[in-house]
Write a protein of this length. Structure first.
Length: 107
């Protein structure tokens, strides 16, 4: 059985998908981009954008009764791999040891 999980503190789904789905003991969170909860794209460098994305994810996790230590896997998409060190700086303030497994790709 699956159930929708959503938070008003993260942007609404912009299409026919859910912010997150709980299936059994797992939570699947939709990909996030740097939109504020009202759905407006935020301005700023990769650190500002990464914070907004992770805040959105945190709000969705909270709505599911979870938090960042519960995350086991992430995928990060960057427009420029030169932004990886700055993104990692922000990412490391949300996650701690043991860090989730992660794939990071340039798109």
């Amino acid at each position: 059985m699956k159930a929708i999980v959503s938070s008003a503190d993260a942007p609404r789904a912009a299409g026919p998908y859910s912010q997150a789905i709980r299936a059994g003991g797992l939570l699947f969170v939709a990909g996030q981009i740097p939109l504020d909860p009202a759905g407006q794209m935020i301005e700023g460098d990769v650190t500002v954008q990464a914070r907004r994305v992770l805040d959105n994810i945190g709000a969705i996790l909270k709505a599911a009764g979870l938090s960042f230590p519960d995350v086991v896997r992430t995928t990060v998409y960057l427009a420029d791999m030169n932004d990886l060190p700055a993104m990692n700086q922000v990412y490391g303030t949300y996650f701690s040891v043991p860090y989730p497994a992660r794939a990071t790709v340039q798109v």
